[in-house]
Design a protein around this ligand. Sequence first.
Ligand code: MRU
Length: 350
Amino acid sequence: MILTLAWTPEGVRFIDQTKLPLEESYVLATTYEQVADIIVTMVVRGAPAIGVSAAYGIALGAIHTTAVTPQLFAPEFDHICARLAATRPTAVNLFWAIRRMRRRFEEISGRPIPLIKQALIDEALDIHAEDIATNRAMGLNGAPLMPASGGVLTHCNAGALATAGYGTALGVIRAAVEAGKQIHVFADETRPFLQGSRLTAWELMKDNIPVTLISDNMAGAIMAQGKIQAVIVGADRIAANGDTANKIGTYSVAILAREHGIPMYVAAPFSTVDLETADGSGIPIEQRASTEVTHLAGKQIAPTGCLVENPAFDVTPARYIRAIITERGVATAPFNESLQKLATGTAALV
Ligand code: MRU
């Protein structure tokens, strides 16, 4: 399995996703500040992977503290959490993971510092291990929704590289393939950061899952040719009504899918569901540097001084989504009710 990140005695080891697919190299973070930089520069990216990274960042911050009592460590802990929370605003898994680490810290804050350090490392390791198990469960829940044979289009990278392993949208595809389905993946290249061409194509080829790369503006034509039987994407944040923030371009894919009568699925761990945000209008959208649009592989491809917009995510209204696949079960419209049921554990697993 592709190792997106790993806790080692020296620090946290990340595969450098900015170097893929040409170079398989690794970066070691030994401080929480380095983890924060690694998230901002997208050496690691993808909502669940960002959450796991932040948890490890907090663990690193804890092991390096010189504070000798929990009371002295508490303000430093707050500072570490705030630094990591300020990295990327859209993926709610980041805030979920930080909240979980904070809860653990509060539970044990009366104990000696060495014990607190170990407890925070253990919590981060648990978050990491749970993410892989969650993806496997999501895969089992989602595989029956995939066509027995045919084309499945995905946007961005919601694979092993975007998680602790196996993936969300690509996890569902992997599970469907493992169940004997004949799936051919069409991967949008995903301008401007090219997660589709650089990462999705790379990891599917490594797993021998058939994949064809298309540029984003080919999706409509490929759908019109009847080559796509389903669309599946990941998510960075799902509001209570099912509106879903995901990589910029997902909204356009959703509209194209609707026009062609193709079901569109979202696969995400329940930690991506943000029941405190009523609908998509409340989801903060990260704006990234204009150079991601004006430059390609370091080469300028737009006039100097050209005005640029670079929102990293868009929101797909819930009405375009056939189902949201989670490890707890599959939610369908009305999502306000179905997500709430999954939250309280009152939904039957589909
Ligand atoms: O900017 P990125 O690469 O972090 O965006 C990633 C996505 O949009 C993914 O689809 C999403 O995080 C789900 S990953 C399982």
